[in-house]
Design a protein around this ligand. Structure first.
Ligand code: 9MR
Length: 351
C-alpha cells in the first residue's frame, strides 16, 4: 500500500449545520487522522502542551521547524534539529508527522536574496527539496510541497504569487517542485496548500478557480500532485461557501486529487465578546467547512494550526479591540476542551 493511502479513509457523513451553531450529526464510519501544528519551544517547556497533543492527536506538523529560515541558516547548512525533535516525539507517541513546507515565498532567509537567474534558482530549489525530503524519506507520509502559490487577488492573466521561484523559473517551478519531491520520496502524499479559499466572497471564489487551474495544469503535464490542502484559517465573520467548497472538492476528486484540512483555526477578532457565543460561532464555521468537504469526500486528514489558545499565530495580526484574548483553537489556554474540539472529534470519527 502506498504510504499516502494511510492518510485516506472515511465515508461521507450527513450532519446538519445550522449557522452559527455547531449541530450534532451522524458519525463517520472511518477514522480520519486529526493533528496539530506544534511549536518546538513549547514542546520542550510545557508538559501540559505535550500531554494535550498526546491525548488528542495522532498527527503533528511543525509550525515553523521545517521552513527555510530554520532549516537553511546558510546556503550549505541544513539544520534538522526542530524537525527531528518533533519526529522523535511523534514516534514515541504513535503519531505521524507531516512536513510543512518546501516552497513558500515567505520565511526565506536573507542569503536567498542573492540567488539570481533561472539555472541558479532551479539548482537551489532542487538541492533544498532533494536534501530535506531525502532526510525524511519514508518517515513523513505527507508534505506541503508548495504553500500559497496563488496571487492575493488572482485575475485570469495574473493568478500566481510573485516569488523568487516564479520570477526566475516561470510557472513550471511548481511542476519541478512536485517532480523533485516525488523523486526524493515516492511514498509521500504531495500537497499544494492554500488559504482564503473557503469563504463566501468573490476573492475566495477567484482563488479557488486559480488553484483549480494550477492543479489541472499539473495533472495535464503529469506532475505528481496528490492533494490540495485547505489551510482553513477561517474568518469568523464570513460565511463558508458550502456549495463552492463542495463543487471545488468534486472537481478535484474527478481528477483523482484528494483534499485535507491543514491549518484550521477561526480568526475571532470580529466575533462577539461573550465566550460561549464566540465558541459556538467558531464551531459553527468549522462544521460548515467540514460538512461541505465530507458531503463530497472525506479529507485525508484534519489539522488545526495549534491545539491550545495559549499558542496561536492569530494575535500577531488579529487582536481584538475589546482587549479580550483570541480563542481560535480547539482547547482554551488551560487546555479545556471547547466546542470546536467536539466538532473535530465528530468529523474525525472519534465520538
Ligand atoms: O503560525 C506561524 C507563525 O508562528 C510564523 O511566525 C509564521 C511565519 O513563519 O508562519 C505561521 O504559519 C503560517 C503557515 O506556515 C502558512 N499559512 C499561514 C500560517 C499563519 O500565518
Amino acid at each position: 500500500m502506498r504510504r499516502r493511502d494511510l492518510m485516506k479513509g472515511g465515508l461521507a457523513i450527513a450532519a446538519q449545520a445550522v449557522l452559527p451553531m455547531a449541530s450534532a450529526g451522524a458519525a463517520p464510519q472511518t477514522k480520519i487522522p486529526y493533528g496539530s501544528a506544534v511549536r518546538g519551544d513549547a514542546l520542550v517547556d510545557d508538559p501540559d502542551y505535550r500531554a494535550a497533543l498526546i491525548e488528542h492527536c495522532n498527527l503533528v506538523v511543525p509550525e515553523g521547524g521545517l521552513k527555510w529560515d530554520t532549516v537553511r541558516p546558510s546556503e550549505d547548512r541544513f539544520e534538522f534539529y526542530e524537525g527531528d525533535k518533533l519526529l522523535a516525539f511523534a514516534d514515541q507517541n504513535d503519531m505521524k508527522m507531516r512536513g510543512h513546507t518546501l516552497i513558500w515565498y515567505a520565511s526565506m532567509p536573507d542569503w536567498t536574496s542573492s540567488i539570481r537567474g533561472k539555472s541558479a534558482t532551479e539548482k537551489a530549489l532542487g538541492k533544498h527539496i532533494d536534501t530535506v525530503v531525502g532526510h525524511y524519506k519514508g518517515k513523513l507520509p505527507s508534505w506541503d510541497v508548495i504553500n500559497e502559490a496563488i496571487a492575493e487577488k488572482p485575475t485570469k492573466s495574473d493568478y500566481l504569487r510573485p516569488s523568487l521561484w516564479l520570477d526566475n523559473m516561470g510557472k513550471t517551478y511548481i511542476d519541478t517542485a512536485f517532480r523533485r519531491a516525488a523523486a526524493a520520496d515516492p511514498s509521500a502524499q504531495l500537497v499544494i496548500n492554500e488559504y482564503d479559499i473557503e469563504c463566501v466572497d468573490a476573492r475566495s471564489k477567484a482563488r479557488r478557480e486559480a488553484l483549480l487551474r494550477v492543479v489541472r495544469d499539473l495533472r495535464d503535464r503529469d506532475a505528481p500532485v496528490h492533494a490540495v490542502g485547505f489551510q482553513g484559517h477561517l474568518k469568523g465573520q464570513l460565511e463558508i461557501d458550502k456549495e463552492g467548497v463542495s463543487s471545488f472538492v468534486a472537481e478535484l476528486k474527478a481528477m483523482d486529487v484528494d483534499v485535507l484540512v491543514t491549518e484550521l483555526d477561526v480568526i475571532d477578532n470580529l466575533l462577539p465578546a461573550d465566550e460561549t457565543l464566540r465558541d459556538e460561532a467558531i464551531a459553527g464555521r468549522v462544521t460548515d467547512l467540514l460538512q461541505a468537504v465530507f458531503d463530497v469526500a472525506p479529507p485525508t486528514a484534519i489539522l488545526t494550526w495549534g491545539i491550545s489558545d495559549k499558542y496561536t499565530w492569530v494575535p500577531m495580526y488579529f487582536t481584538r479591540d475589546d482587549g479580550s484574548l483570541n480563542r481560535p483553537l480547539p482547547l482554551d489556554r488551560n487546555y479545556k476542551v471547547k466546542p470546536l474540539m467536539q466538532v473535530i472529534d465528530r468529523f474525525a470519527g472519534r465520538s
